[in-house]
Design a protein around this ligand. Structure first.
Ligand code: ADP
Ligand code: MG
Length: 695
């Protein structure tokens, strides 16, 4: 039978129902899938030695003839033991044992020429022996299990390494059908070997340098495809025209001087870049990245004000009602300092609707009408904004706060609310992510970063608290509360079923309000509360009625209460560093010294190191780099939107290669914007874009 790339594995020799099912669990259904199932490491048995030269603890291969082989039962008769003696050309012998493979006596009877790979150790009588070595009959054909760099596959779903290797060897028969899709020039510029060769070498490497070349090539192609997609999306969006937003310099300068604080350098720089982007006739597509509390809101306010001064609408969508309302409040304050005008601001969430410019209440319909007829210039809200009943008159700028909390479709819908022309678009995120990840995930966006924190911020003093010190922490909170300061207590999800963490938060609330702090007002905030109740609790906390707020981890990012100076996090080892850093960012917003207590019952060194990183660094980028290395991109880059394909071989921490592939993708599009010379690549890209749908 001839093996083709499209041949189902179930038609391969020796693949029955069970094996096919197991392969399917690994995502392998065709011969091509097999070839693309890369090893996750290699055992180096490339060194073949004479038996007399064997040393303990040295991974090697020996070759010889089986002179004796027999089964015996173990003392407890549970396991069967196969003992064999192998003699090499020189006449030296070594003994081997295998467990629970009684068929070996049939398989490799005396007289078999055999290669053994493994690490010999001292057995009985202080002689060297092999325990469960890899073995392979010596034919003229190239070996795949011994005497070489032997591939080891990650998950095997109950298949043996030998079975997988054997199947991949069979699949190799079709490797000549593999087509090259990286253009020759790119391959030359970046010194990449061909695809067929790379696939051969990745499974059965000739030697270490060849293996490295194969890895390089396959990592490159994986990241290259991601970058091609980003560039493609970027090119598409650049083709469309947008309506300019002119810079109203005088008014904006007035706004800046009216602020109760001085903008940081980074805030100025990002604002300026955004203003320039918006003056163009191609739509802005920018990400504003800055730690919690770095002051992104005012940058958004400035851009939106500038848009409103053009007599056009600007929309800001926030992830929760609380955040939306807070933005509404701070926009009102920020913009009211500017004496010259009163820009009409609208707030629209599921349970709330308000207008800033008149001191009376409006019905929801009235607010919606004001948005539709263009009276409201700055519109702030939640998902409620993307409902069918809401339409706009002239959106030129859309901003999404905490962009990772929205799905791709939601972002698209918001953009599509602008009628004919795409609006300028700004995403904001308080999850600083490492540059390598940003280049991949946001390859199609321009990025502005706010690194510098506002001047008068004191870093939050962070400490890890074990159960023995819990009471000391409570006393600290008591003293703090006595001084009129407020505290957050964050509870993790304990049980899987309790997806909102309501149980643990409720229990904590009961304990704190009844036993620990009966003299103070304790509040409870979780996702199952009605929006109106959430709002009430939030208001009470913001106004200082509630001293201690117990909240679940799933609700409400971005809450701004400067009087809160303590953040206590239960079960802190359950969170990613970036997430802990986000929680911590909710305190330390005022002038007073703030504290963050990381409670944990775990004493594992791993937990210790992770939490210690948080004690020592206040830089969100550094913490996210650690998260990326230790926990992968999922944590940093929520499941919902991730859209990132699982990488087979490349790593998202490899900044250098990511930069190279980005360069390669840019070059290629420059050379041939429609990719008409590169049919193979174009098809691949189209298929890929269908499969992975990211913005
Ligand atoms: P985030 O980037 O997390 O959205 P915010 O925009 O909510 O941060 O800002 C946090 C707090 O810092 C707000 O109270 C805001 O008024 C204040 N702030 C912003 N910029 C500055 C600055 N340059 N100097 C002092 N305080 C500032
Ligand atoms: Mg914010």
């Amino acid at each position: 039978m001839t093996v083709h790339l499209t041949t189902p594995v179930s038609e391969l020799w020796k693949v029955g129902k069970v094996t096919a099912e197991r392969l399917k669990n690994l995502g392998i259904e065709t011969v091509l899938d097999l070839l693309l199932y890369y090893p996750f490491r290699y055992d180096d048995f490339s060194q073949t030695v004479a038996i007399k030269d064997l040393r303990p603890d040295m991974a090697v291969t020996v070759k010889g003839e089986i002179t004796h082989i027999a089964n015996k039962k173990s003392p407890r008769k549970r396991t069967s033991i196969t003992e064999a003696t192998v003699q090499d050309d020189i006449g030296d012998t070594i003994s081997c044992v295998w467990f629970n493979q009684p068929y070996l006596t049939q398989n490799i009877p005396p007289g078999t020429q055999i290669a053994l790979s493994g690490t010999p150790e001292f057995g009985y009588h202080n002689t060297l022996q092999f325990t469960s070595p890899q073995y392979e009959k010596i034919f003229s054909q190239k070996s795949i299990h011994t005497g070489r760099l032997v591939p080891i596959y990650g998950s095997t779903s109950n298949l043996t390494q030998k079975q997988i290797r054997f199947l991949i060897q069979t699949a190799m028969e079709a490797v000549s059908e593999i087509t090259e899709w990286i253009p020759e020039k790119t391959r030359k510029d970046f010194k990449l070997i061909g695809r067929q060769e790379a696939l051969k070498e990745i499974h059965f490497p000739t030697d270490t340098p060849s293996l490295q070349q194969a890895e390089q090539r396959l990592k490159f192609e994986e990241l290259f495809l991601l970058q091609l997609r980003s560039q493609h999306i970027r090119n598409q969006s650049q083709k469309r025209a947008a309506k300019k937003i002119l810079f109203h310099e005088k008014e904006i300068k007035k706004f800046v001087t009216s602020l109760p604080f001085e903008l940081t350098q980074d805030q100025r720089k990002s604002s300026w870049t955004i203003i320039q982007d918006c003056e163009k006739e191609t739509p802005m597509n920018r990400l504003l990245e800055g730690d919690v509390g770095s002051g992104k809101t005012v940058v958004a306010a400035l851009a939106m004000l500038n848009c409103a001064l053009n007599n056009a609408q600007a929309v800001l969508m926030a992830p929760t009602e609380i955040v939306a309302r807070q933005h509404f409040q701070s926009f009102k304050e920020l913009l009211s300092n500017k004496k010259s005008s009163s820009v009409p601001i609208a707030l629209l969430t599921r349970s709330e609707h308000r207008l800033s410019h008149k001191n009376k209440t409006f019905t929801k319909q009235e607010v919606i009408d004001t948005i539709a007829d263009g009276t409201a210039k700055i519109i702030i809200g939640t998902h409620a904004l993307i409902q069918d009943s809401v339409s706009f008159s002239d959106i030129r700028l859309t901003i999404i706060d905490e962009q990772h909390r929205f799905g791709v479709d939601q972002r698209k819908t918001l953009k599509s609310k602008a009628d004919e022309m795409p609006p300028h678009f700004l995403s904001m995120t308080a999850t600083p992510i490492p540059r390598s990840l940003a280049l991949t995930v946001y390859g199609d966006l321009d990025i502005s970063v706010i690194k510098e924190m506002p001047k008068d911020r004191k870093p939050v003093i962070t400490s890890v608290v074990h159960p023995g010190n819990r009471n000391t922490t409570y006393e600290f909170i008591r003293a703090n509360t006595k001084n009129g300061k407020q505290t957050f207590v964050i509870c993790p999800l304990i049980e899987e079923s309790d997806t909102l963490g309501v149980t643990s938060a409720t229990q904590e609330y009961e304990k704190l309000s009844k036993e620990i702090f009966p003299e103070y007002t304790v509040g409870l905030l979780h996702g199952k509360l009605k929006p109106i109740d959430k709002q009430k609790i939030q208001e009470k906390f913001a106004s200082g009625v509630i001293d201690i707020l117990v909240a679940t981890s799933v609700v409400e990012v971005g809450v701004n209460v400067p009087n809160a100076t303590i953040m206590m996090i239960e079960g802190s080892e359950r969170f990613g560093l970036s997430q802990l850093h986000q929680f911590r960012g909710r305190v330390g917003r005022g002038k007073d010294q703030s504290h963050c207590f990381l409670l944990t019952e775990s004493y594992s060194p791993e937990t210790k190191n992770r939490l210690q990183a948080l004690v020592q660094t206040h830089n969100g980028f550094e913490l996210s780099q650690i998260d990326l290395e230790q926990r992968g991109p999922g944590d940093l880059y929520g499941n919902r939107q991730s859209g990132l394909p699982t990488l087979r071989i490349a790593s998202l921490t490899d900044t250098h290669l990511i930069e190279q592939t980005q360069k390669a993708a840019q070059q290629l599009f420059k050379q041939d914007p429609t990719l008409k010379q590169f049919k193979e690549l174009k098809n691949l890209l189209e298929e890929f874009e269908k499969k992975v749908h990211l913005e």
